[in-house]
Design a protein around this ligand. Structure first.
Ligand code: ZN
Length: 226
């Protein structure tokens, strides 16, 4: 079973990949870091080195989501050089070492989930992010990862939805995942790049318009094949 540190590193890696910050950011185990004979952070659990995008976010940008992610694993961060960050476990989550025995429904009553859920609602201005409804708001996990507690997901992996949209979302996401069974991982990478890369660099509505256009031309493709 993976420890908090391994789970946190996985989540940070996902955050970096999703935000295209993984090219110029490197995570060092404490053993690798000590081999560098650097002056700082030799007592930390692991170290992140970034002179690029992540460094900019942590120094000048909005680092709330990153800070919040680390905290949800019971960790805090200290700066070593201006480009190195050490991560330390503060032990808060030790109190809950028997959490594995508690069922998911009980976990949703945990104050750490309630706190995180509220942050997602505030970010969404207390509106359903699909239809704008302001009542019956729930918070949806866009993915699940084995071993993570409900509150250990980055805020950008969560979505504020009304109960009706939440139910529909679950069905559509499951269909999407089922369809992925027909595709190679390489195909999924291309689709992910189109969706996420496209939305990052171009207006989201234009990218979705393009995809909508491709959908409309499926009929044309069919007739060409016949
Ligand atoms: Zn809705």
């Amino acid at each position: 079973m993976k420890g908090q540190k391994e789970k946190l590193i996985e989540s940070i890696n996902l955050y970096l990949r999703k935000n295209k910050l993984d090219n110029d950011t490197k995570i060092y185990s404490i053993e690798q870091w000590r081999e560098r004979n650097e002056e700082h952070l030799n007592d930390s659990d692991f170290v992140i080195v970034s002179e690029g995008g992540l460094n900019f976010i942590l120094n000048y940008g909005d680092s709330d989501e990153f800070d919040e992610l680390i905290e949800s694993f019971g960790y805090y961060m200290e700066m070593g050089h201006s480009w190195s960050y050490g991560f330390y476990f503060d032990g808060v989550t030790k109190e809950n070492k028997n959490l594995g025995n508690i069922n998911y429904f009980e976990k949703l009553k945990d104050e750490r989930w309630i706190l995180k859920r509220n942050k997602v609602r505030v970010k969404a201005n207390f509106e359903c992010q699909d239809c704008g409804n302001t009542s019956n708001l729930e918070v949806h996990h866009c993915y699940y990862k084995y071993g993570l507690e409900p509150w250990q997901y980055p805020i950008d992996a969560l979505r504020c939805l009304c109960s009706k949209c939440h139910e529909e979302r679950g069905i559509v996401e499951m269909e999407l995942r089922a369809r992925m069974a027909d595709l190679k991982t390489q195909d999924l990478k291309i689709i992910s790049e189109l969706l996420y890369g496209g939305i990052n660099y171009y207006p989201q509505n234009k990218v979705l318009d393009l995809i909508q256009y491709l959908k409309l031309s499926i009929d044309a493709l069919k007739t060409e094949q016949q």
